[in-house]
Design a protein around this ligand. Sequence first.
Ligand SMILES: Cc1ncc(COP(=O)(O)O)c(C=O)c1O
Length: 402
Amino acid sequence: MIDIKKIRKDFPQLDKPGYHYLDAAASSLTPRQVLDAVSDYYHNYRANVHRALFKEAVGATEKYEEARKKVAKFINANSLEEIIFTSGATESSNILVRSLEESNVLGAGNIVTTEMEHHGALVPLQQMAKRAKRELKYIPLVGFGLDYNAAERLVTDKTALVSVILASNVTGTVNDVRRIADIARKNGAVVIVDATAAVGHIPVDVSALGADALYFSGHKTMAPTGVGVLWVKHALLEKLEPSSFGGHMISSVSKDSAEWAPLPERFEAGTKNIGGVIGLGAAIDYLEGLGVANIHVHVRALTKYAIEKLEGIPGVRVLAEHDVEKNTGVVSFVCDFAHPHDIAEVLSRDNVAVRPGHHCAQPLHSALGVNATTRASFHIYNTKEDVDALVAALIKAKEVFL
Ligand SMILES: Cc1ncc(COP(=O)(O)O)c(C=O)c1O
């Protein structure tokens, strides 16, 4: 049985009395265990990895590579070579798209994505489509989910690439990625999955999803900012050309040319965020210690409670997946009495931290018929009291605005 009171003590930011952090979808809080691991690195064995032979450098390399093993196990990768450390989901998505383009591994034809994508996934795809003169098609929404019948029609043998978000950072919706991957595979298309809003909230298994590549950011999974993961299936990765060049990713360099290092170093040019990678390893230990499935059980109960409470306030409309089994703990809403930015500002006066805006998902907001939403998002450290504080502050805000 998970003891939330005890868990909350792991998060120093929650020591502030009367503070309600409801912004996990932007960045999750970081537990002491992760802070300690990062601090230990900076205090005791600060050194670069894979190069020097002194004790601290060897220790740093061991911890860095240990983190790779933890990530591989966490997402059920087949080999360590498939795990590339990046600065975050956005860098992962850019590296991947560029490398796919430079390597000529995609067949001719269009790119299919969804109306639900985060700009971090979508804009690199748009750029690729422009450069390569490929048509970019969108699987539309039905309610807060994807239209799978449309996916059947849109993904054809003329499709080279399918990129799909596993969970929406706006509506919380968990998509049936396997279903889309199966359609893509049938048509010979490569499948990319943006798992950024899902990792740490629901178990993510790259092989069960049927993906060819998948990525996420550390800072949404309780790790520090500035670290992320790109996983690429070995069969595809070995065909990819790197798209970022420099030290560490080479095996030899002459005046005229360079040879690439083995996988995965070939894709890790320069010095990576070593402390961040070590922190990511500690974050995975922390999440696995709690059990990701247990985290979701707790979060979905809060999600259900929040949806019911918010929908009980006249003038508030919830734009989130209502089937909480398929929601990663995100409840966005609009109010007919004020703009999301004003709502968020007034809530912050009561120490309720939520995020207003389009959450880097403008096509999704257009599909939902709004420009912006206020978003409350939960993680394991949140409680019903946080939801009650949100609701009380919102009712108070309504009185201010009316
Ligand atoms: C679903 C999704 N994809 C991609 C990103 C981009 O992540 P980052 O800003 O950490 O690169 C985010 C961040 O909000 C996200 O929620």
